[in-house]
Design a protein around this ligand. Structure first.
Ligand code: FE2
Ligand code: FE2
Length: 171
């Protein structure tokens, strides 16, 4: 079966440009369960796609990052947000949704990668940092999109060196 070439990665010859997860399918499933109005929410598909771009950029500069897990995080982490304000459990609900997709055979991950993905989602809004390159890229990719809501990311709350360097260069 011919594998799909990934346009987000195709420009970089140093990393594999073939996808083993069905990105368009995962994105469609996330959109199906998202209950907010995508035309004005700050937490909908346009944010997910920006987080995905950030994840690819950070992942390219973060040795050991599992880029597919980071991209799944980007597409799924906020799909269960129910409002624009306080919704502390939306990451846990997103992790449950990822488990559902996995149980239906729709995510091509082993249990270890699923567990990393779920951990990143459950704790993404908990104000933590991580030494794990994949979890760090997930959280930094999300935090680098904070300017969309008028908030400057705090470098103390960034996990990866590349995200901290980027933030410093913008100041
Ligand atoms: Fe979130
Ligand atoms: Fe987010």
């Amino acid at each position: 079966m011919k594998k799909e070439i990934d346009p987000l990665l195709a420009a970089n010859k140093n990393i594999n440009t073939e996808r083993s997860f069905q990105r368009s399918f995962v994105l469609a499933e996330a959109k199906k369960v998202f209950v907010q109005d995508s035309s004005w929410t700050q937490h909908g598909p346009s944010h997910w796609l920006q987080v995905e771009k950030n994840a690819v950029m950070l992942g390219e500069h973060t040795p050991g990052c599992d880029l597919e897990v980071a991209r799944l995080f980007a597409l799924l982490h906020d799909c269960k947000r129910q409002n624009e304000g306080r919704d502390p459990d939306h990451g846990a609900r997103a992790a449950d949704f990822a488990q559902e997709l996995f149980d239906k055979g729709m995510l091509h991950l082993n249990h270890g990668r699923l567990s990393t993905l779920k951990f990143a989602m459950i704790h993404h809004n908990g104000g933590q940092v991580s030494d794990d390159p994949t979890i760090g890229v997930c959280w930094d990719a999300d935090r680098l999109d904070l300017p969309r809501v008028g908030t400057t990311p705090d470098s103390e709350l960034l996990s990866t060196q590349y995200a901290r360097d980027l933030l410093k260069a913008k100041r």
